[in-house]
Design a protein around this ligand. Structure first.
Ligand code: G3P
Length: 227
């Protein structure tokens, strides 16, 4: 199951790649703009941090399929390594996904709200779909249920497209899509850290260390023979 960082912040990406088994980085126009940096150098900087193998996702902004296609080709030319182009699931987007599939360019269908959006994108040849879990929840929908249904449709009909669930505001939503069968999640650095930053864990570790040091006087397991 994939674990992807949804951020373009270099310091956060560096830290998470060092600590966690990260598979890639997703960006979108809003995430890029937050960094206030020139676009292409920023993507290249992310690439340098994550290496050539991990997937780097960048999104098109054109409104029509031809424009999306042009931007997608440019991205794949300009950025080295494993690039996946994010295309919104509009009518034009589906057309672009179909076109890019024929050209061998890998795509992720983004802004997915319903299982039928996902079905159409997968059928058109998208490598990934990104259901927007929190945004679905905010519409009084059920993001995790949408993910569960997409999982079922893909598996029942042998659609070789993966779900990279996106748009999370809390750990519970991530937990729910993992149970629903998502093939991966992309989340903010803060949420990825929150998967393990639980005060009880730190408290337990502190108590173990204190007990140990009370007996052996040292904060290491590696002791001399007489201790
Ligand atoms: O990757 C898509 C994601 O960034 C959208 O998330 O938090 O803006 O709803 P959010």
């Amino acid at each position: 199951m994939r674990l992807v960082i949804d951020s373009a912040n270099i310091e956060s990406i560096k830290k998470l790649v060092e600590y966690f088994p990260i598979d890639g980085v997703t960006t979108n126009p809003s995430i890029v703009v937050k960094e206030q940096k020139p676009f292409l150098p920023l993507l290249k900087e992310i690439r340098a941090v994550i290496g050539e193998e991990k997937e780097l996702f960048a999104q098109t902004i054109a409104g029509d399929a031809e424009g999306m296609g042009e931007e997608a080709r440019w991205l794949c030319e300009a950025v080295s390594g494993n690039v996946v182009v994010k295309i919104p699931v509009t009518m034009e987007g589906i057309k672009a996904i179909k076109m890019l599939k024929a050209e061998g360019i890998r795509t992720l269908a983004t802004t997915v709200y319903t299982p039928m959006n996902a079905y159409l994108a997968a059928k058109a040849g998208a490598d990934y779909v990104a259901p927007y879990v929190n945004r679905i929840d905010n519409l009084t929908g059920n993001g995790a249920k949408v993910v569960a249904e997409i999982t079922e449709i893909f598996s029942k009909h042998n659609l070789s497209c993966e779900i990279l669930a996106a748009s999370f505001k809390n750990v519970q939503q991530i937990h729910n899509v993992c149970l629903a069968g998502s093939h991966g999640i992309t989340a903010s650095p803060e949420l990825i850290e929150a998967l393990v930053n639980i005060p009880s864990i730190e408290d337990n570790v502190k108590a173990f260390r204190q007990d140990w040091m009370g007996q052996y006087g040292e904060g290491s397991l590696i002791l001399s023979e007489d201790k």
